[in-house]
Design a binder for this molecule. Sequence first.
Ligand code: 0X9
Ligand code: ZN
Length: 476
Amino acid sequence: MPAMNFLEAFIPSIALALGASAQSLPVEQVRYDGQTVVRATLRSIADLRTMEAISPDRWTCGPGNELGQADYLVARDDLALLRSAGIPYEVVIENVQQLIDDEKVELDSPFQPRAFFDTFPTANEVEAFMNTLAATYPAFVTRITLGQSLQGRPIKGFRLTSPVPAVGGSPRKPVIVLNSLQHAREWITVTTNLYIASQLLLSYGLADSSVRTILDRYEIVFVPIMNPDGYEITWTSNRFWRKNARTISPPLTLAGVDLNRNWGVGWGLSSGSSNAWNNETYRGTARFSEPETQALSNYMLSIPKLVAHVDIHSYASDVLRPWSYQYLTPPGLPAFDRIGQAMIAAIKAKTNITYKYGGPEILYLASGTAPDWSFGTTGSISFTIEMRSSSGGFAPSSTTIIPTGMDGLVAITAMIQSLCPADLNRDNSVDDTDFQLFVLAYDQMTTNAADFTGDGMTDDSDFGIFASAYDKFTCP
Ligand code: 0X9
Ligand code: ZN
């Protein structure tokens, strides 16, 4: 298929550019001349198969499941194949190379100085920003290094919490992990991650601060660049590289493992990942074969009380619960539904963007993902958030950085505030006082004080949620 030729055409050139050293990054620019992004309407499995044969690279899915609308990178010359296959489509990005060129003009803009969230940051700028946060808020921010990428780049982040000690004398508060950029081209996830952190820090001191409660109760770990080698590739040679920098040989070739198919729960299934090195969802040779997934998973295992984990992606405008590797619903589905609905409602209320909440049926099956592993292994409340879609696909305008960051901020705030609903008097523990408050609300039935399900009354289903709040994973 011609689109496959496109993929094959650039991989050998990258391999050549790599030369003899597996450590050196490809330097040759991969160009996207003649490439478009189409939003295709897939009406049948046959359509899906045809589409996959025409394009090696699905950019994302719109609403609907594996069928329905989906975005694909397609050579303009191959649009005829789509037409003759009778697959309805619209071109949403006419000229993908132009998108890269426009972005470069913006990045190279001479108008300086710029504020951090005005433009997409390089890895060095991300590092400097994290250092600035740590220097500005030394009582709140602790820098951490989780491990090293395949090419030896440190995977770094920071812990964020207020100096108020954990309740009950425990050494560490319950922890929430927010990571982004498993997929190298999803630049907007890096700024979203850092926007959440900086806004929490800025708001902590405000008088009426729900943020104060959050940072007094919880610690949040931010890992903005999970895939530093991939990020480097997207800045130097291939703007739309998705995977890490795993090479295969001979001949020495940049293969890349999809880090979000490399985690240990649900790993290896062909529904939702691939064993072919040149596939965009290549899962690697074994679960946790990649140092990047090892680093974050080991770090998460070292956390005494991981209560939530959110893996930030772009750009399907979704909040996705486990499982992603199978359609079977997870234990604790009502809690996921309640929290996930709160997240998308908070986004809608703040920025008026419609996100969808659900399981794999609203996107597609993906096996070996990070949230499936964290939920399956530690029982944490784990989500994928796919940030909003905007006209640039994986290269949105920098003017979307703050609005998209706002989506993330309100979603994460809502998630954290929903973690322990049964602590009705918000004194950091679910105890007899809360039980009495619950019974009072239950007696009255009309009050919504303990209406955790949001169905308009306090009833037996809410009692179920109240009872499960004693669970260590939903309450500090
Ligand atoms: O495919 C992925 O890894 C994620 N989408 S992306 O376009 N950013 O690559 C989605 C992962 C979660 N997927 C499901 N729950 N199905
Ligand atoms: Zn992604």
